[in-house]
Every structure is written in structure tokens, then in C-alpha cells.
Design a protein around this ligand. Structure first.
Ligand SMILES: [Zn+2]
Length: 229
């Protein structure tokens, strides 16, 4: 399929597809752009930048100042293009591949990680501390783990959608994790060894009470707490 023009009024692609074409035709791989430029290209389109971020699901790499320190906070870099999302056949093939994680496998990964994001520790449905209006949605991501012998292995992990979109290229290495574990005090080290043996973080009465409270509507939660001294 020939590459359509991003601004062709005859072309009926959605915002994500047109944003992909805009990046290729107006910005060019390796160059930076701002949210303002993207908004100006798609006037009246709500959340054009969010639709552009959806391209990461198709292998596009868009770096921000949190993934590349050379970038200013308002800048993003169109680092690498991925699947030609304007080509229906290529897009369907990519959707098939990403859908290859069955519900059964996904539920197993969620359970293994205690229904918590392995990156930030948030539980599914929990509100983000820095943005209480937004609650975590869990997803399964493929991660490349570096073993102690420096070879790599693909594993499936639970991640919230926020961490997934911001840190999709993040790879953990055994030496890095080792340094973190070595820094723990003896009590925390014993605790984490017990969690590792169980395959999950043990819940305390405090955790269980918090999980219960969290599941209540905010008004019920507040009312209940005023009743208990
Ligand atoms: Zn997270």
C-alpha cells in the first residue's frame, strides 16, 4: 500500500494513523517535536498526543525527557518508526502478535505478581498517589531480562498502563537488581527472601485492611473510618 499523505482530506485513517504519517512526513525519524506542534497539526482533536503514544504498541519509539535526559521536558524525539499502521494488513498482523497472550496466561502473570505493577507497585484499580483521579489498569508486558551471564531472556510481567507507556524499553539487569538487594537492611533482606520463596509479597493485616478500604466507594470509606477510633 502506498503511504497516504497525513493531511489528505480523502484519507479516512484515525488520529493514531495520521499522527504516524505526520511523524514520518513532517518530523522525520531521529528528530524532535513538541506537543504544541502535534496539537497544531491536529486542531480540534482531543488528546492527539495520547493517540501518538498509542503507536508504541506497534513498535514505534517516541522518547521523552524521562527516557532520554538530552530532551527538554516539552520535547519528544521520534526515535524509530515501527509497524506501518496505515497498512491494514500489517496492522492486523501486529494486532494478532500482541494478542498472542491468552487470557489464561495473562491471569497467571497477574497472580504471580500479586496483581501489582512490577515497576511502581500499584495494584489494579488503585488510584495513583500523584494523580488521585486516575486509577491503575494492569496489563501484561514482555520484558527483556539480562541474566548474570549477560545473556537476555524474554519474560512476561504485570505492569500498569502508565509505567508501560513510559518505560516500555526498560530492561532490568541482574547486577542492577543485586545492588538494590545488597542495600537492604537485614530485616528487609529476610522479608524479601520470604516473599521470593512464596513467589509473592506477603500481605500484612495493614495491607488487607487497606485493600478492603480501597474497594469501597470514597464516601463509604470516609464514613467507616470516622466510626472507628
Ligand atoms: Zn506502574
Amino acid at each position: 500500500m502506498p503511504e497516504p499523505r497525513w493531511d489528505d482530506p480523502q484519507f479516512k485513517g484515525g488520529t493514531m494513523v495520521r499522527a504516524a504519517l505526520w511523524l514520518v512526513q513532517e518530523i522525520g525519524e531521529g528528530n524532535t517535536f513538541t506537543k504544541e506542534q502535534l496539537r497544531a497539526a491536529f486542531p480540534g482533536v482531543a488528546q492527539a498526543d495520547r493517540r501518538a503514544r498509542d503507536l508504541r504498541e506497534y513498535g514505534w519509539i517516541l522518547d521523552t525527557s524521562s527516557t532520554d535526559v538530552m530532551l527538554l521536558p516539552e520535547e519528544q524525539r521520534f526515535t524509530r518508526r515501527g509497524v506501518d499502521v496505515w497498512d491494514a494488513e500489517q496492522r492486523r498482523a501486529a494486532d494478532r502478535d500482541s494478542g498472542a497472550i491468552s487470557n489464561k496466561v495473562r491471569d497467571g502473570v497477574f497472580a504471580a505478581n500479586g496483581y501489582q505493577c512490577v515497576s511502581c507497585g500499584i495494584a489494579g484499580g488503585e488510584a495513583y498517589p500523584d494523580r488521585p483521579s486516575e486509577t491503575a489498569v494492569l496489563a501484561v508486558s514482555r520484558r527483556s531480562i539480562e541474566r548474570a551471564d549477560r545473556t537476555h531472556e524474554q519474560v512476561l510481567v504485570t505492569e500498569c498502563k502508565r509505567c508501560r507507556s513510559g518505560a516500555s524499553t526498560r530492561a532490568y539487569s541482574v547486577p542492577e537488581v543485586r545492588a538494590l538487594v545488597e542495600d537492604l537492611d537485614p530485616d528487609d533482606l529476610r522479608r524479601i527472601k520470604r516473599w521470593a520463596a512464596k513467589g509473592a509479597r506477603a500481605t500484612t493485616p495493614l495491607d488487607r485492611a487497606w485493600n478492603g478500604l480501597r474497594s469501597l466507594p470514597a464516601a463509604e470509606r470516609a464514613k467507616l473510618l470516622t466510626l472507628i477510633e
